[in-house]
Design a binder for this molecule. Structure first.
Ligand SMILES: [Zn+2]
Length: 269
């Protein structure tokens, strides 16, 4: 028993030494790693699309952290912002399922923008929140929505960011590939549906966003005593046509992800 305790402690120290440098890359056990980075489906473990796509550097994030009081303050804002994003996902997906969910006041403007979108477009959801698996490329992910919108069928991914980033193309290409692998669809397109909220200044061109409790003012006059409007809901739908080019980038991310995690992956059967 004593020997085991010593071994356990030493192995923990070894892992801390070997992997401790990157806070979020540190997993204390194989189970930790598997749960944090993938799904087990029918007894086989598959890495998760979002974990793989996370390998790509996001220079914007450095700027975000640099603007915060501390790393922890940045983490808190990110967590709060992710919580708001999850809430918007839940309400939007409930609406698509034909439910009439109670809409929290904090996200009401964004949801109203979504209801307007549904009124002016023909939207028919085919799958919502489904687990996808690619056996050929060995990965797994969770689809937001597969939908028919104005006579096209495609993957619809909901984002609550202030802009549509190219990285979203990498993530959604993996979903399209997995669906094509499992089912016959003539052609699947992709859309990013971005829902956000902002306030604008009555006196200048400034825009205020309060994501995760983080006040962020963009553009605008430096000496303006801003007068903020009511919170305005914002909706942007962007179609990303051919997914093949993005899927090449996804496979490159996966190669890098496998290299980064080779210590743990050597244990995966
Ligand atoms: Zn102003």
């Amino acid at each position: 028993m004593k020997n085991y305790a010593t071994f356990y402690l030493l192995s923990k120290l070894f892992l801390l030494f070997k992997f401790g440098y990157n806070g979020w890359m540190y997993y204390s056990t194989f189970e930790d790693f598997k749960n944090a980075c993938g799904y087990t489906i029918d007894g086989l473990w598959y890495p998760r699309v979002t974990s793989i796509v996370g390998m790509k550097a996001k220079p914007g994030l450095y700027k975000f952290y640099a603007e915060q009081e501390s790393f922890e303050a940045g983490e808190a804002i990110k967590a709060k912002s992710a919580e708001e994003g999850t809430l918007i996902h839940e309400v939007v997906e409930a609406i698509l399922q034909g439910e009439k969910p109670v809409v929290p006041e904090t996200i009401r403007p964004a949801i109203e923008a979504f209801y307007k979108f549904l009124e002016s477009n023909r939207v028919k959801p085919l799958k919502i929140e489904e687990r996808l698996v690619s056996k050929n490329h060995r990965y797994s992910g969770t689809l937001d929505v597969l939908a028919e919108i104005n006579d096209k069928v495609g993957v619809l991914d909901i984002k609550t960011s202030y802009s549509i980033f190219r990285d979203y193309g990498i993530q959604t290409s993996a979903y399209v590939e997995a669906i094509h692998e499992a089912e016959v669809f003539p052609y699947l397109t992709r859309w990013i549906l971005r829902l956000d909220q902002y306030q604008k200044c009555a006196n200048c061109s400034a825009i205020l966003r309060t994501k995760g409790g983080n006040l962020k003012i963009r553009k605008g006059g430096l000496n303006c005593q801003h007068q903020w409007s009511e919170v305005i809901g914002e909706l942007e739908l962007k179609e990303l046509p051919d997914y093949k080019h993005d899927f090449q980038a996804f496979l490159a991310c996966k190669t890098l992800w496998e290299w980064e995690n080779s210590f743990w992956l050597s244990r995966v059967r």
